[in-house]
Design a protein around this ligand. Structure first.
Ligand SMILES: [Zn+2]
Length: 131
């Protein structure tokens, strides 16, 4: 939203994050990393972000903590589904829900099992079952 405003798009008065009631501006940093809604999603997937460090450093630390060959695939699927949750509200007036986010994330993770080696596929299946 803040990017559209900066580019002089006419988006009305909507500028705050639609995933939370914090009334924070919807920046990419807030939406994906700092929003309470998103932080619950990251926590569910087993990744925690510390808001006192940069996003890049936080991602590197998360990768080290996570120590997994699939970190960036899991990271991308998590962030993508946070984005989709936001878009479902904006374009389809569907209220944000952790349950909906989780179900889509599980489906996308399951699709990932078809693209990886059998050992990683088993790992993903176990991850999905643990969510
Ligand atoms: Zn928010």
């Amino acid at each position: 939203m803040n990017m559209l405003k900066r580019r002089h798009f006419h988006i009305g008065d909507i500028e705050s994050c639609v995933l939370c009631t914090a009334q924070d501006k919807e920046t990419i940093g807030h939406l994906i990393f700092n929003c309470p809604f998103s932080q619950t999603c990251w926590s569910k997937i087993g990744i925690s972000y510390n808001s006192t460090i940069s996003r890049i450093e936080a991602t590197i630390r998360a990768k080290e903590i996570y120590s997994d060959r699939l970190f960036f695939e899991i990271f991308t699927i998590t962030a993508w589904n946070i984005w989709k949750e936001r878009n479902n509200f904006i374009f389809n007036q569907i209220s944000p829900s952790h349950r909906a986010w989780l179900e889509r994330t599980k489906v996308d993770l399951t699709w990932l099992t078809y693209r990886v080696s059998p050992d990683l596929s088993d790992y993903i299946t176990s991850l999905v079952n643990s969510l």
